[in-house]
Write a protein that binds this ligand. Structure first.
Ligand code: PNS
Length: 197
């Protein structure tokens, strides 16, 4: 006996045999989305470090398009504004043609869906990162089963590096030039300059 399932008309919208106009454009856009493999690299990037740059360069070798998504994350009380963080990332990544920088707020999974991304990249530096990253990856999977999380390890020399430590070193007058691009170092100095009364 044939086991083919009957598909009722109400289950799937009928597709026109002779599409035109908007329908044609929609189908072309869908086809393009399927061909271009986009990955999202989300973070606070407060500020963008050489460790972030290393991860983006690795991701750009694997995906057609890498979207660096700067989260507004107001709850974390960032040192730099969203626009400043975006600008610093743009400037650090200008030599990579397949990389875009955007800002987002709200749920990461919803943003990733809007961008047609198949995966999210997160940098994993040490075992201490793992617990939080694991929780976040599984929560995101619960919210959207089709979105994969991929962990990438930066170069060994950056495994101790974090935006938080860079800010602390800069605040206390230490040299951060080995850890961030030159324009970020400049921005840190300007932001942390003691104000005259
Ligand atoms: O650089 P960070 O601060 O570690 O990045 C954290 C970030 C921005 C990736 C995370 O807070 C996030 O995804 N925020 C968006 C809101 C969201 O989707 N929250 C649920 C995550 S499980």
């Amino acid at each position: 006996m044939s086991r083919r399932r009957v598909r009722y008309a109400s289950q799937k919208p009928q597709q026109s045999l002779f599409p035109f106009g908007k329908e044609l454009a929609r189908r072309a856009a869908n086809r393009e989305r399927e061909l271009v493999r986009t990955v999202i690299y989300p973070g606070s990037f407060d500020p963008f470090t050489n460790g972030h740059l290393d991860v983006v360069e690795r991701a750009a070798k694997l995906f057609d398009c890498v979207v660096v998504a700067v989260a507004s994350n107001d709850a974390k009380r960032p040192l730099f504004t969203l626009a400043e963080r975006r600008r610093m990332a743009v400037s650090a990544l200008k030599s990579l043609p397949s990389v875009e920088v955007e800002t987002f707020d709200g749920l990461l999974v919803e943003y990733a869906q809007r961008r047609g991304a198949c995966a999210v990249i997160r940098g994993l530096r040490a075992v201490s990162d793992f617990e939080f990253e694991f929780q976040m990856a599984l929560m995101n999977r619960k919210l959207n089963q089709r979105l994969e999380t991929i962990f990438m390890m930066p170069k060994g020399a950056y495994t101790f590096l974090s935006s938080k430590l860079v800010k602390e070193v800069a605040r206390l007058g230490g040299d951060v030039s080995p850890f961030v691009p030159a324009h970020v170092e400049k921005a840190l100095k300007a932001k942390l300059k003691p104000r005259r009364r």
